[in-house]
Write a protein that binds this ligand. Structure first.
Ligand code: COD
Length: 162
């Protein structure tokens, strides 16, 4: 049987930290679905369509990775798509508290397993929200994001383009 995992997130926008986790998951599973959670109450900087487009581009070199979006409970999405595991990155102790709670709750709900991978320390301090804040204020973000994300952020924040 096909072993399938999901890498869920907001991906607003994707960072090199996300990409590292996606690549590592793709080596462990037959198929990895990178899924963008749609939260109607939380309008991000990037439209869902743009987040998907960026993810498709940066994962194009990974043949067993596909990109999708979902709305509602992650466990329902997993059940509907025959996904046995949620694969995520763990940056810090503060990530851990929240991720452990969600992992336990999701397992209680449907039995879906969660794999928490120790992040690459190079990306330990990288998050979408810090990248957006630094970009908005004209700081250096190129080392933390894939080139297409740098381009898209430069369009939104002309200060970056220089
Ligand atoms: N290094 C390694 N991993 C990283 C890094 C980094 N620098 N940055 C992010 N990650 C990983 C983390 O594993 C993180 O969990 C994941 O990438 C996604 O990060 P974000 O910031 O894009 O996404 P979040 O944290 O906003 O996503 C939260 C979800 C949408 C996954 C979550 O809220 C969810 O599952 N919601 C659906 C509703 C639901 O089922 N709720 C009940 C939960 S019990």
């Amino acid at each position: 049987a096909m072993r399938r995992a999901v890498c869920p997130g907001s991906y607003d926008p994707a960072t090199n930290g996300h990409l590292d986790i996606i690549e590592r998951a793709s080596r462990l599973f037959d198929e990895v679905v990178v899924a963008v959670g749609v939260n109607k109450n939380k309008k991000g900087l990037f439209e869902i369509e743009e987040r998907l487009e960026i993810l498709r581009e940066i994962t194009a070199k990974l043949p067993n990775v596909r990109v999708d979006s979902w709305e509602g409970l992650l466990v329902d999405y997993c059940r509907e798509n025959d996904i046995a595991a949620v694969a995520k990155g763990l940056r810090s102790v503060s990530d851990f508290d929240y991720e452990l709670q969600m992992a336990q709750m999701n397992r209680e709900l449907t039995g879906v397993e969660t794999l928490l991978m120790a992040n690459n320390p190079v990306y330990g301090f990288v998050s979408s929200s810090l990248v957006k804040e630094i970009a908005a204020l004209g700081g250096e973000i190129e080392p933390f994001v894939p080139p297409i994300v740098f381009e898209r952020l430069s369009e939104k924040f002309p200060k970056l383009g220089r």
